[in-house]
Design a protein around this ligand. Sequence first.
Ligand SMILES: Nc1ncnc2c1ncn2[C@@H]1O[C@H](COP(=O)(O)OP(=O)(O)OP(=O)(O)O)[C@@H](O)[C@H]1O
Ligand SMILES: [Mg+2]
Length: 217
Amino acid sequence: MLSIKNLVYHPPATTTPILQQVNLKLAPQELGLIIGASGSGKTTLLEILAGLAERTGGEIFWRDREIMSPDLQQLAGIVFQFPERHFCGSTIREELRLGHPELGSERVKTALAEVGLETVSLTMSPHSLSGGQQRRLALAVQLIRQPNILMLDEPTAGLDWSMRIQLAQLLAKLKEHWTLLVVTHDPGELAKIADRCWTIKAGRISEIEPESLYVSG
Ligand SMILES: Nc1ncnc2c1ncn2[C@@H]1O[C@H](COP(=O)(O)OP(=O)(O)OP(=O)(O)O)[C@@H](O)[C@H]1O
Ligand SMILES: [Mg+2]
């Protein structure tokens, strides 16, 4: 269980806090979806949870143990918005093993299979993949580290309708094994696979029912 208590982020440069008293609980193998407009604090929240920015106040627990910033980097894997722009391996194998040269070919294969890329050639350039495949590779790059929580920033941004549906299907499959936290301004297909939903406005979060995001009939 990921548990966030009264999280505050208020850098000295801003007059008002960017995140205010954020409380959130996410159980293992759940997909949590945070929805908010541009500038509401979504990316900032993920950066704090991934240990890339230091919170001003509040507590973060994983399985009832408080986690401090350096350990957050081990706990979470973050897939940034437009992750394919940050590919820097010359081959798919290299991309997956960047920073972890110790990882063997079995782990590489498993990570690719988890995202449905088991048939791609490891010696191809990441950029030779299709747009949807590149997103899958970016997921595999995080999964290979086996994080406790996989966090995704706007995973469907810039994808066409059918690629969005495929990505939502993949995330639904991944939550059988992983705990996922997704932030977006456009819930779309993601609302249907979410177990928990929150809206974020000016750094304040409030929980809503996922069903309230899609009206049937
Ligand atoms: N280190 C910082 N110092 C000052 N202001 C910051 C800092 N980091 C973020 N901000 C501000 O905090 C607010 C939230 O930014 P954030 O990038 O988290 O929003 P977002 O919800 O991810 O938006 P988008 O949908 O456009 O990606 C913005 O007003 C941003 O300018
Ligand atoms: Mg953002």
